[in-house]
Design a protein around this ligand. Sequence first.
Ligand code: ADP
Ligand code: MG
Length: 377
Amino acid sequence: MRTIREDAAAGVGAGVWRAPGRVNVIGEHTDYNDGFVLPIALPHAARATVRARQDGVLSLYSEQGQGPAVELDVRTLTPGGVDGWARYPAAVVWALREAGYPVGGADVHIDSDVPTGAGLSSSAAIECVVAAAFNDLHGLGLDRPELARLAQYAENAFVGVPCGIMDQMASVCARRGAALFLDTRDLSSRHVPFDIESAGLRLLVIDTRMKHDLADGEYAKLRAACARGCGLLGLPSLRDLDPRDLPAALARLPRDLVPLVRHVVSENTRVEQAVALLDAGEPRALGPVLTAGHLSLRDDYGVSCSATDLAVDAAVEAGALGARMTGGGFGGSVLALVDTGTALTVAGAVKRAFRRAGRRIPRIFAASASAGARRIT
Ligand code: ADP
Ligand code: MG
């Protein structure tokens, strides 16, 4: 019998796909308020070699997972019925079958260089690579936003993580050299030029190695608080609050909701500002928008932490044009926009600050805007 790689090379019922992780340039905690986000896809991606099987067995193996392949029967997949990392790929196959697509078993071999649990969306990369592979192998004809929706539903309903749609949309729809300006209300999107390298800039990703964990109650509490604010203001979502009406609206809210609503409304405006600057060919001017976003997440939304604050402060002090935490918060990664010539200085200063504070040294790399999910063999 031929190996899965040999079948993929021959293209018979098998192939290789890739789907990237992402960072969000600006627009944090806006997605579940029907607002705007502005992610780019990372050069880091999950690759999957996938071969259809006729016996209904879904065999899942990851180079990064512990242990041997996990073998599941596609006909008996149920939410809560799969443990560990295999939940993510299994969730997608389950979601496809739930949606009425008669997909069967497969051998799935995953290899990913997206750092896990760093807020860079390694989970969406796994989901989206499997969704893209099954879509192509079975000729399902799902378009890119449909694949993203399916992967999000898989994570929400099967894995049990109440994530928004940004990660999957970025992983599936992003383009090289562009950021994805996404309206999370209706999934309309536009590719905005993000060729910052040509402008003499770099976007540093600083993985603080403080694991973010959105599975705990904080994320759900923030979502519930935003929903309560909407109810009190009589709005469908916070997205519908016009920034000009913000002072009057804040005056009507209980004190605990004021900073949360202020963050969501100001963050949506920052996404629009960032898009306008990129459209105008002024990426350098993004710096202050990023830093303002960080202060809002730290002081109004309350989701920063000492590690992300330390990275932002050290980066800005060392000459970054701007910096902010990215992702849901409580750890994860920080973005710093820097002149190419100061990238090493800023990275060195951040590492020194962590060493002085007795913390684990962050992993730092420059991210260029990369392409979304695609078949490679
Ligand atoms: P993030 O998506 O920000 O990296 P999550 O907690 O949402 O963090 O997802 C991380 C989880 O995704 C891991 O704990 C693991 O279960 C799964 N995962 C991600 N990448 C891989 C991989 N290469 N192999 C196996 N599982 C992976
Ligand atoms: Mg994730």
